[in-house]
Design a protein around this ligand. Structure first.
Ligand SMILES: [Zn+2]
Ligand SMILES: [Zn+2]
Ligand SMILES: [Zn+2]
Ligand SMILES: [Zn+2]
Length: 431
């Protein structure tokens, strides 16, 4: 719209210059009045009656230009003859404008690789173009940049060629063919008791699977450890023992029986007994044949005492010695309080041996083995010494303590003697 007006203004200016008629200062003439139309930019603004050029300028409407456009006066046709004009004639007074632009502004649009640039010249005041654009030719693409995307086992790679300046593609990409998979790597996951294993085949380069996995079937057998008590049993509830498979870590449990309340310990009655109830001893003789036994566990002999030390005495170890004719009682006591007694009769004459007995009368031995003959006198206080004698030393020997040793296969008789009493033990030696 504004541009249109400007063009019009320019056209008017051109007409004005061509007419070269300035209305001010025209000679005053007397004539009939004519109708004067004031036209501004093609539009009739006012109509008056006038009969000379003065009247035209005196009656003219106020006109002002836009931007760089300045109103400079009115123009009427060069051939206007005011003398011959009548009331019905129409004279056109056209507003004349002159355009004087301000400073020229240059607007540069730089050229790119492929598109021209330009310099535009416009008026700094009204913004109108004041002279034709100047073209800045396109620069053409700069150096070519190559970008390589390497090919993988399965995907093609490429080399792209682009302009280093604008980044646009400057020629077709070069295709780099996919390399195909590299060497195959096998990874074995061993089977366990309850879980299958597998062999995986993958590419050593890209790690992708190159063929189907192979299954290694589960072994099915757990390897149980010794187990661990995971819950202690009580007198009210069973406990739990847990076993773990050392291969796969699977677990199984087993019940542990309830704890049985220990029975209250019964108080033990201490006991002790002697191998004989009574003995006879000759004055001044001693015996160690009286032996205490039958004590409960943890008990032991604590003391030996005599009821009459003038008749008989007893040592700490139980050796009894007759002092003078008479009777006395020997008491043995244990640590836990048991006791036993022995009647001792002391006499002037020697104690007569009545019998001798042995632990075994027939013994069979293998060559090289031994056997002890235990001889018991009756009464035990008889002072007669016990002796042992073999009739065949080549088959079996015997020592003073009654220990028989088998020498070679055959038979031998051991004679056990005390005083006038004897006992025979038959020894048979086998290979
Ligand atoms: Zn201007
Ligand atoms: Zn470019
Ligand atoms: Zn691969
Ligand atoms: Zn297992």
């Amino acid at each position: 719209m504004i541009k249109n007006m400007m063009q019009q203004t320019k056209r008017h200016l051109a007409m004005f210059l061509a007419a070269a008629v300035v209305v001010t200062g025209l000679p005053v003439m007397n004539a009939d009045a004519a109708q004067v139309e004031y036209v501004v930019n093609g539009e009739v603004k006012k109509v008056v009656s006038a009969n000379d050029a003065d009247a035209v300028s005196q009656n003219a409407p106020q006109v002002s230009g836009n931007g760089c456009e300045k109103f400079v006066g009115w123009s009427v046709s060069e051939n206007t003859d005011w003398e011959s004009l009548s009331d019905n004639d129409v004279v056109t007074a056209t507003a004349k404008f002159e355009t004087i632009h301000g400073k020229t502004k240059e607007t540069i649009t730089e050229a790119t690789c492929t598109e021209d640039g330009k310099i535009e010249y416009t008026c700094e005041v009204c913004g109108e173009t004041v002279s034709a654009n100047k073209v800045i030719p396109a620069t053409g693409h700069g150096a070519t940049k190559t970008t390589t995307t390497e090919a993988t086992c399965t995907e093609d790679g490429k080399i792209e060629y682009t302009c280093e300046v604008c980044g646009e593609s400057v020629s077709d990409n070069t295709v780099l063919k996919a390399t195909g998979h590299g060497a195959t790597k096998t990874t074995t996951t061993e089977a366990t008791c309850g879980k299958d294993g597998k062999i995986e085949y993958t590419c050593e380069v890209c790690g992708e699977s190159v063929s189907a996995n192979e299954v290694i079937p589960a072994t099915g057998q757990h390897k149980w450890d010794a187990g661990k008590v995971t819950k202690e049993p009580t007198t009210e509830a069973e406990g739990v023992k847990t076993f773990t498979c050392s291969v796969c870590g699977a677990t199984k449990t087993e019940a542990i029986a309830k704890v049985v309340k220990p029975e209250e310990e019964k108080p033990v009655t201490p006991t002790v007994k002697l191998n004989v109830k009574k003995i006879t001893l000759q004055v001044k003789k001693s015996t160690t044949a009286v032996v205490a036994s039958g004590m409960v566990k943890g008990d032991k002999v604590a003391s030996w005492t005599s009821s009459d030390k003038k008749i008989v005495t007893v040592s700490k170890s139980g050796k009894i010695t007759a002092k003078k004719v008479g009777k006395a009682t020997i008491t043995v006591k244990t640590k836990l309080g048991a006791k036993a007694t022995l009647q001792v009769t002391v006499q002037k004459k020697a104690v007569q041996l009545k019998k001798i007995s042995v632990n075994k009368t027939k013994v069979t031995l293998k060559k090289g083995k031994t056997f002890k003959i235990v001889a018991t006198k009756s009464p035990i206080t008889a002072q007669d010494k016990v002796t042992f004698k073999t009739n065949n030393k080549k088959v079996a020997t015997v020592n003073s303590k009654g220990v028989v040793k088998a020498k070679k296969p055959g038979k031998a008789t051991i004679t056990v003697k005390a005083g006038k009493k004897t006992k025979k033990v038959t020894i048979t030696v086998k290979k």
